[in-house]
Design a protein around this ligand. Structure first.
Ligand SMILES: Nc1nc2c(c(=O)[nH]1)N[C@H]1C(S)=C(S)[C@@H](COP(=O)(O)O)O[C@H]1N2
Ligand SMILES: [Mo]
Length: 335
């Protein structure tokens, strides 16, 4: 996976005007503080600004907007600040639109995420093609505030709107042979310029998968929104996976197929570089990537003067809820 150093990212491109300006204030403040010998710790914590009010009215059907607006906040408390909306929606990985963090926001508006349908296939009693509206009928959406830790060592805190994947799975009645669930992203090169690129190393469509017990875990959700709004295209509209104890590449976007299988499915990053990206991809500060340490992460917003480095937690901080799933496994072997 390509890794960019913070210096490669022009802050003017990834920060909202307000934060960009306050960062400039901050830099000025830092310089005078340094001149006085006060040191950086005395400067105000401007980069950890609370989230702004989000008034984006993204296109989407009314029934979906109403369902999202009615979402209840989860009870679980998180002590960290939310990553501002502009960063969550402006700094993305979605290679269907290009390799730069700003490509998805710049290029994904061409995609039409409605109408949408998802094929349910494989080891289930009720296979078929279901519209998004069918899938969401009667579902009470919830807000889930989770950390997202990318394998490239940056992270965010995102208020998703979604529902447990387990609830959906139960409706299709998996058979006793269903040991894994595989997911496939839309392949539509006319609207996804990254899929047309002849330099692409990815065998489209993007694919991901989970073991059945991971898929049924109550922390695993399908998201249809964030920040109380419809999911923006760059974040995987209209439906994407969120598995908070795993690296971000597991969070497959714009899902068109969910298949139940007996064998472990092939997944995009483990096909490209199996020594670097495994099927499990559990966040683990003790197991380094072959090319970098996973012990720490840059929490967005992250700038040159304030890289905002925080320690990475085992299972991204969800160990008390998920460690039992892997109790007999060697996590160095099954990375
Ligand atoms: N289809 C698809 N899904 C994808 C990716 C991608 O390139 N294509 N990138 C993954 C990676 S590496 C990460 S870190 C997350 C980023 O999600 P975000 O852009 O919404 O923060 O999406 C994941 N889902
Ligand atoms: Mo990632």
């Amino acid at each position: 996976m390509l890794i960019k150093s913070p210096s490669d990212i022009p802050s003017s491109e990834i920060t909202p005007e307000s934060i960009y300006n306050s960062r400039r204030e901050f830099m000025r403040g830092t310089m005078s503080a340094a001149a006085l010998g006060v040191g950086i710790a005395a400067a105000p914590d401007l980069l950890a600004a609370p989230s702004q009010v989000v008034d984006k009215d993204l296109p989407g059907p009314d029934w979906l907007k109403q369902q999202i607006a009615a979402a209840k906040t989860n009870q679980e408390k998180i002590s960290e600040n939310l990553t501002p909306y502009e960063h969550v929606t402006g700094y993305n990985n979605f290679y269907e639109y290009g390799y730069d963090k700003t490509d998805p926001a710049a290029k994904s508006h061409v995609l039409k995420p409605h109408p949408w349908s998802v094929e349910i296939a494989g080891e289930v009693a009720k296979p078929g093609t279901y519209t998004l509206e069918d899938l969401l009928k009667g579902v009470n959406l919830e807000e889930r505030i989770y950390r997202l830790r990318c394998v490239e060592a940056w992270s965010m805190v995102v208020p998703w709107v979604g529902f447990p994947l387990a609830d959906l799975i139960k409706r299709f009645e998996p058979t006793g042979n269903a040991k894994f669930v595989s997911f496939t992203t839309l392949k539509r090169p006319a609207e996804m310029p990254g899929q047309k690129s002849s330099f692409s190393t990815i065998d489209w469509p993007y694919r991901e998968g989970l073991r059945m017990d991971e898929a049924m875990h109550p922390l695993t959700i399908l998201a249809v929104g964030l920040y109380g709004k419809v999911l923006p295209n760059q974040n995987g509209a209209p439906l994407r996976l969120v598995v908070p104890w795993k690296y971000g590449f597991k969070y497959i976007k714009s899902i068109v197929k969910i298949e139940f299988t007996e064998k472990q499915p092939k997944t995009t990053w483990s096909m490209i570089a199996p020594d670097e990206y495994g099927f499990y991809a559990n966040v683990n500060p003790k197991v380094s990537h072959p090319r970098w340490s996973q012990a720490e992460e840059r929490r967005l917003p992250s700038g040159l003067l304030r890289p905002n480095i925080v320690p990475t937690q085992m299972f991204n901080g969800y160990a008390d809820q998920v460690a039992h799933l892997y109790k007999d496994m060697d996590l160095r072997k099954y990375y």
